[in-house]
Design a protein. Structure first.
Length: 273
C-alpha cells in the first residue's frame, strides 16, 4: 500500500547518516561546498541545479522518496534570487513563459502526487539523467526555424511544459537545463531572456512539486536548513554576476561528471535489485 511505502521511505530517511548525526558532520561538510558551487554556476545562467542536486543525493544514498523534495526546495531557493535579478533587469518575456506554465504547473502537481515504487522512480530518474547527459555532451545546439504559426508555437509550448513539469514533480529536476537551450536554439528568446524564462519556469514547477509531495511525505529540515542557506547565498552571488567567466556548456560538462556517476550507480542498483 502507499502508506507502507511512505513509512518505509521515512525509516530509511531517519536511518540515513546525514539525519542521524549532528548537522555539521563530515557528510554535510562535503555537501555544503559542493552544493554551493553547483548553485553559483547554475544560477549564473538561470538554472536551479536540480539535476546535479538529484545526482549527488543519489550517489550519497539518500532515500528515493526525499530526493525530489530536497532538490525542488533547493531549486526554489536558488531560482527565487535569480528570478528577482532577471525581473529587475527586465529580461523576462511573459508571452513565452505563460503557455509553458499553463501545462507545466498541473503536470508538476500530478508528478509530485505520484507515490512511485522505488524501482520505477530509479528507472524514471535514470532515463531523465541520461537525457541530461545527452543534452550536455552530445547535443550541438543547432538553430531551428520553427513555423511562425501561433497555434503551432502554442501547442509546442504546452507539450514541452507538460513533459518538463511532470519530470520536475516526479524526480526533482526542474527542467531548465532542457528549456533554456531550446528557447535559444529556436530563436524564441535571447540568451538573457531564455535564462530569465528558465529561472521562473523552474521556480513555479518546483513550488508546485514540493506542495504536491508535502501531502504525503515529510520535509527533511535537518538537511534542508544548512543546504538551503548555502545555496541561497551562492545562488544570489551567481545570479548577481549574471554569467560566469566560463561558457555555460563548459560548466555543465564539468558538473556533468556527477550526473554520469549517478547514472552508473542507478544502473548498478537496477541490475542488482
Amino acid at each position: 500500500m502507499a502508506t507502507g511505502r511512505v513509512d518505509k521511505g521515512m525509516t530509511r530517511y531517519l536511518a540515513h547518516p546525514l539525519i542521524c548525526r549532528q548537522p555539521m558532520q563530515p557528510d554535510l561538510f562535503i555537501l555544503i561546498p559542493l552544493f554551493a558551487f553547483i548553485a553559483f554556476v547554475y544560477s549564473s545562467v538561470g538554472l536551479g541545479g536540480g539535476s546535479s542536486y538529484t545526482a549527488v543525493l543519489t550517489i550519497v544514498g539518500m532515500s528515493y522518496m526525499l530526493i525530489p523534495t530536497i532538490s525542488l526546495t533547493l531549486n526554489i531557493v536558488v531560482t527565487t534570487g535569480a528570478t528577482f535579478q532577471f525581473l529587475r533587469n527586465g529580461h523576462l518575456r511573459w508571452r513565452v513563459l505563460l503557455p509553458l506554465l499553463m501545462a507545466s504547473v498541473p503536470a508538476a502537481w500530478i508528478g509530485g502526487r505520484l507515490q512511485l515504487p522505488e524501482t520505477t522512480f530509479q528507472l524514471l530518474l535514470l532515463l531523465t539523467l541520461i537525457a541530461v547527459a545527452v543534452r550536455i555532451y552530445l547535443w550541438k545546439d543547432p538553430v531551428f526555424d520553427l513555423p511562425s504559426s501561433t497555434a503551432f508555437r502554442l501547442a509546442a509550448s504546452l507539450v514541452i511544459g507538460a513533459v518538463l513539469g511532470f519530470v520536475a514533480g516526479a524526480v526533482g529536476i526542474g527542467g531548465g537545463i532542457y528549456l533554456v537551450p531550446v528557447l535559444i536554439m529556436t530563436g524564441v528568446a535571447t540568451t538573457r531572456e531564455a535564462a530569465a524564462t528558465g529561472a521562473v519556469f523552474i521556480l513555479f514547477n518546483s513550488v508546485t512539486g514540493v506542495l504536491a509531495r508535502a501531502s504525503w511525505t515529510d520535509v527533511p529540515w535537518k538537511v534542508l536548513v544548512p543546504l538551503g542557506v548555502t545555496v541561497a547565498l551562492a545562488g544570489l552571488a551567481g545570479s548577481h554576476y549574471g554569467s560566469s567567466r566560463w561558457p555555460s556548456r563548459t560548466i555543465q560538462r564539468v558538473l556533468g561528471v556527477v550526473i554520469l556517476l549517478a547514472i552508473a550507480l542507478l544502473i548498478q542498483r537496477l541490475l542488482t535489485g
